[in-house]
Design a protein around this ligand. Structure first.
Ligand code: SME
Length: 156
């Protein structure tokens, strides 16, 4: 799949602009949430060469690992725990410039330095989160927040 994605752009803004219609075209004819999460994780991961890119879905008020690209990750996160559980509890996107300075950060990889977590809503309730880790400090900003929120809205 990744070989078939060609995302042009020198800046992240240009890359997101080019990626977005490709995401829409991949998900538009598929209703299955798991299939779409798998493809979107792959498209984001290989476009930006992130360390880890994946989804946790809400199951009985816990976050449970779903589709991802990257190395082994923790399978279940309690509401309010770590960056993912905090985004779930606060129902807002969390941008963490330095994960070592985030109290309660759950380190699935010692290589992870910064992180963004975007909650995904259905009927005004969080049903999943998109979690992305970077090997660099301070990777994520308002541009990522805007586009990742747009992608998360579009695919569910
Ligand atoms: N770092 C996350 C846990 C998930 S892994 O990064 C894949 C957190 O603190 O919630």
């Amino acid at each position: 799949m990744s070989e078939s994605i060609f995302v042009k752009g020198d800046t992240k803004q240009e890359k997101y602009e080019n990626l977005f219609p490709q995401v829409l075209s991949v998900v538009k004819n598929e209703q299955d949430m798991f299939a779409n999460m798998a493809n979107v994780a792959s498209m984001l991961h290989f476009t930006f060469d992130f360390l880890w890119t994946g989804f946790y879905r809400v199951v009985e008020n816990d976050l449970v690992l779903t589709s991802f690209q990257g190395s082994l990750a923790c399978t279940r996160i309690k509401k309010g725990r770590g960056v993912c559980g905090t985004a779930f509890e606060r129902e807002t996107t969390m941008i963490v410039a330095d994960v070592n300075k985030f109290e309660g950060h759950i380190a699935c990889s010692s290589l992870s330095k910064s992180e963004i977590v975007v909650p995904i809503f259905k009927d005004n309730k969080v049903i999943a989160v998109l979690d992305i880790d970077s090997e660099e400090l301070n990777t994520f900003d308002e541009t990522d927040k805007l586009w990742l929120e747009k992608i998360c809205k579009a695919i569910f």
